[in-house]
Design a protein around this ligand. Structure first.
Ligand code: SF4
Length: 352
């Protein structure tokens, strides 16, 4: 199945050319971009000040919104998780998280993930493909429209390793943050990485104020090696150097994400190591009780999480325990899609 290009990723010059080829006046470009970014249209039919023929031509050549809902689950506490279908039939996940002070959407950058961390469902089947800039932006538009209000916080922490798809992510974030785009402040965007050193450096040179989150999960190279396969794993010292450079270049604090996995990385010694890393980096720490993914790993017990957290705080580290939202709705990254992929595979095997 081939997909139409997302209209939101088409630049002004290309849109002007497309309109000129159809003998449309130049002012139509401004109207179309208003529909796409200010009014966040999902279909060409919504663009009521355009002639019907032009609306039909747009819908034929482009995807007005390149993601559609395939499945939705809610946890009753304000977390909504979508399985979104792309134009070629592939699926990704996005999660909307409501808090009293903000509305956050967690978006994906790849179908599957090449990093293949052992505790994560997203990477279980490896990388299928990168998302395009428009497919990344359209997740935010979809979330805005589904929520009935605009999200004010973006975390690029869904399926995929964002820094292995920077060619699409950088233009997408520019569209998300631009005043004439979706208008979300750069300081309200957090990009997460498993530690892709060249990507961290490239992100820093973009000169934006995006926040960086490092998914650390292990405090030594040996500990990380047990969780992250070698293909995309960089030496810890290099990763921390790149994070330091990021902070110095952008002035933004780095966050260390640490999924607490029972018996794996939740010992007092790990907390001591983590304290030293956080202090050196002037970083805050987010402790995440690991959502079970059906892999071999289990989340640390609540008491262990409490002790680990207390140890960090007592040592002067700014640390929070992320509330585990949505474990009952399969909110860990990649679980909805994994279920769909497994279902499709089983169906195919049954059909054969
Ligand atoms: S944790 Fe992140 S980097 Fe690791 S496999 Fe999952 S999506 Fe990829």
């Amino acid at each position: 199945m081939t997909a139409r290009r997302p209209l939101r990723e088409i630049g002004q010059a290309e849109l002007a050319e497309w309109l000129a080829a159809r003998r449309q006046p130049a002012f139509r470009a401004k109207q179309i971009r208003e529909w796409l970014f200010a009014k966040q249209a999902l279909t060409a039919d919504e663009m009521t000040n355009l002639p019907a023929g032009l609306r039909a031509a747009l819908a034929e050549d482009f995807a007005i919104c390149s993601v559609t809902q395939a499945e939705v689950v809610q946890d009753g506490e304000g977390t909504t998780k979508w399985l979104l279908e792309l134009g070629d039939g592939e699926t990704i996940e996005a999660v909307l998280i409501r808090a009293p002070d903000r509305l956050t959407v967690c978006i994906s950058t790849q179908v599957g993930c090449p990093v293949r961390c052992s505790f994560c469902a997203s990477g279980r089947h490896g990388l299928v493909r990168d998302l395009s800039a428009g497919e990344i932006v359209d997740q935010v538009v979809f979330a805005n429209r589904a929520a009935g209000q605009r999200v004010d916080n973006i975390v690029v922490m869904g399926m995929g390793e964002p820094l292995l798809n920077l060619d699409a992510l950088l233009p997408a974030l520019d569209l998300i943050c631009a005043e004439e785009g979706l208008g979300i402040g750069a300081r309200h965007v957090t990009v997460s990485t498993s530690g892709i050193v060249p990507g961290i450096r490239r992100l820093a040179t973009a000169g934006r104020q995006w926040n960086l989150a490092l998914s650390l999960h292990g405090v030594t190279d040996a500990a990380r090696a047990r969780l992250i396969p070698p293909a995309h794993r960089y030496p810890l010292a290099e990763i921390l150097r790149a994070c330091r450079e990021y902070r110095e270049t952008t002035g933004r604090m780095v966050t260390l994400e640490y999924a607490l996995i029972a018996g794996e990385n939740d010992h007092a010694d790990d907390a001591r190591h983590l304290t030293r890393i956080a202090r050196d980096l002037h970083a805050k720490v987010n402790l995440i009780p690991c959502n079970a993914t059906g892999a071999a790993h289990r989340s640390s017990a609540a008491e262990q999480v409490r002790m680990f957290h207390e140890q960090l705080v007592a040592a002067g580290v700014q640390a929070t325990v992320r509330r585990r939202k949505g474990s009952d709705i399969q909110a860990a990254c990649g679980q909805l899609r994994a279920r769909r992929v497994n279902h499709d595979r089983n169906t195919q095997e049954t059909d054969e």
